[in-house]
Structure formats: structure tokens, C-alpha cells
Design a protein around this ligand. Sequence first.
Ligand code: UDP
Length: 254
Amino acid sequence: MNRRRRVYEGKAKILYEGPEPGTLVQHFKDDATAYNNRKQDTIEGKGVLNNRISEYLMMRLGEVGVPTHFVRRLNMREQLVREVEIIPVEVVVRNVAAGTISKRLGLEEDSLLPRPIVEYCLKNDDLGDPIVTEEHITAFGWAGPHDLDDMVALALRVNDFLSGLFLGVGLKLVDFKLEFGRLWEDDEMRIVVADEISPDSCRLWDIKTNERLDKDRFRRDLGSVEEAYQEVARRLGVLPETLPAEHQRPKLVQ
Ligand code: UDP
């Protein structure tokens, strides 16, 4: 039984009222959806793994000065986060062509992009999260020009840091999606990274074999979805319980 008030339920997560004002509990479900809800399934254990992976990545980002909503992990499926006002714009950073940019621009998957490319999508399921430009974002007031500058600067810092972190464990960060929120502290507003960073929101390919270790295994019916998420957690050294302590550290892949 859950005594806490449910604030929001999304496709892969539930947000509950937190223990103190200004906090929320983010609960990770095993549910997976793709193609704007047309494909739905449960991936056993995904919520537990994403909770750990997102905790790890948000903590590492915090250590290098990237502000995030993450406070601490509470249990296998839940983490405590700061309550923020979510900006309704998803920021996608791409290093290698894959997914919708390949289709849209006729780029072969796995071709290296000339430089990291930032794209914006409006967070609106009914419209299928359409790609939008800076003009749309500022004209419609979804985010102001300063907010957007902060979001892009943070997204590129996240990309630099996470590309290196994943490379160290033999994974290529092909692309990822970030969400941002506004956090007020003493009348000051800061933009922070919110939501989650996990194989649900990143494309991660094995550096040697290009094997997909992310949600594309689900989207494209490649099988072994749970195993792929486990492999990411294992390489980051955050696979829960099952392994002895010496296997729990990130492994440098030469
Ligand atoms: N992405 C996401 N949520 C979305 C759309 C995209 O997390 O609603 C992530 C996706 O996992 C990938 C990146 O953003 O890492 C770029 O996705 P793309 O635009 O290629 O769309 P997709 O092929 O995922 O529909």
C-alpha cells in the first residue's frame, strides 16, 4: 500500500509527494513504451536498473558541477529528488547519427556527425514530441533565451562528461535526451538537469561490436533487453546485489 500522494504518473515513472516540502519521490517502473505509446511492454527489472544507473550518472554529474534534481536513492526503485518546474522542451544531443536524425536527413546510422548536434522537441505526447526550433521555444514562451542558453551549455557539458565516462567502460554515447527544470532557492532561479539519464534516454553502443545496449533493443525487437540494461549497470559498477564487491567498481576498458 502506498500512503503518499501521487503527483504524476508517466510512461516509465511515477512521482509521489516527498517527505519534505520541495521534494518528490521518483519511482521507476518496469513499463516500456515506444513509438508514442503504440508499442508497450514490461521489461522485468528495468526500473531497478534505471534507478541505479540514473543515480550513478546524476551523482557523477553533480561532482563535476552540473546541477541536477537528484538528492539520494531511497530504495531499489525510488529516489528522492528536488521538486522543479519541468520545462516542456526535451533537449537531444547527438554525436553519431541514429534514430530520427538518420531518417529525417538520410544519414547512415553510425556515421559520425561533424560536431555534437543539439535538437529540441516539444514535450507533448498528443503531438508525438515534435522537433521545434529556438524560435518556437522563445516565441511561445516555453523557455526564455537565457534559460535556453543555460540548457544548451549544460547539455553540452553533460555530453562531454558522459561521453568520456561511457568510453571508459567501452560504450559509445551515440545520443541522449535531457529534461530540465527550474529550481527556486532564496528567490533565485536555477536551471537543473531533471528526469532520468538511463538506457531509456540514451543510445549506448558497445565500442568494439556496436551492439546496442539501450532501449533500441526494445524499440526494434532485438531481444535481450533486460540483459542489455544489466550490462550497462555492470560496466558502470552499479549492478544491484548479485555480484561481489570487487565487481561493483567501473571497469576501464583498454
Ligand atoms: N529519446 C527519449 N525520449 C523521447 C525521444 C527520444 O529519451 O521521447 C532519446 C532516445 O532514446 C535517443 C535520443 O533521445 O537516445 C534521440 O532519439 P531520436 O530523436 O532518434 O528518437 P527515437 O528514435 O528514440 O524515437
